[in-house]
Design a protein around this ligand. Sequence first.
Ligand code: ADP
Ligand code: MG
Length: 249
Amino acid sequence: MTDAVLQTNGISKSFGALRASRDISIDLKPGEIHAIIGPNGAGKSTLIGQICGTLRPDAGSVRLLGRDVTHQPTRARARAGLGRTFQISSLAMEDTVLQNVLLGALGASGRSWRFFSNVTRDTSLRETAEEALARVGLLDQARMRTAELSHGQRRQLEVAVALTQKPKALVMDEPMAGMGSEGSKLLTGFLDQLRHEAPILLVEHDMDAVFSLADRISVLVYGEVIATGTVDEIRSNAAVKEAYLGDEA
Ligand code: ADP
Ligand code: MG
């Protein structure tokens, strides 16, 4: 467990009487993709919120690169190397593709937003931004308005924004959601490479993607991890079949 890049130890979170996270202990190791699956409302996004710092757990702790970050704000965790993409897009739709990535690069540089007007002329930021766009295959779209991108391209752009922070661990909430099969194949291939640069905690409903990518899978049901294991272990787990996978196993 000591070599984990990211780790939760017994985190719990309730919303009123609803126990959305129940004593969750999971970890993310170097080079791996650890998928979190489970039905809608199981608590996947709530778990991610606590890992990234938008939600404070009622109990338990979160460790990032060996440091306890439970009481650190989101920004501090991002600076320490935690990158994320959101279930609901956080992009500025009226800005260009390049501007969105530049904003990410600017945030990562730790400089003030006041300088944003000069950002497009800052060559090191531009290089970082263009490199990130090239990596996700969006460099040709750099000057397009973000609103003109397809749904799948916006997902790719979110990954590019996350990459500008040079993350040491990535947390992704349903990156394939709403993508066509072509788009999810592309992103699957990209994440497959990316894991060697930054391991990925991947919340995803697309089981083709999960089964082809995951080194380990944890299954979350009613706020509780009911199983963690390899793809084969999870597919043949009776409790998992009953609670979630059914015929997909
Ligand atoms: P998932 O991402 O697995 O679909 P969520 O983590 O979004 O599940 O939600 C888990 C449960 O917690 C759901 O029942 C949801 O309605 C509830 N929930 C999530 N966020 C809040 C909140 N801020 N206040 C009250 N209930 C919430
Ligand atoms: Mg969710």
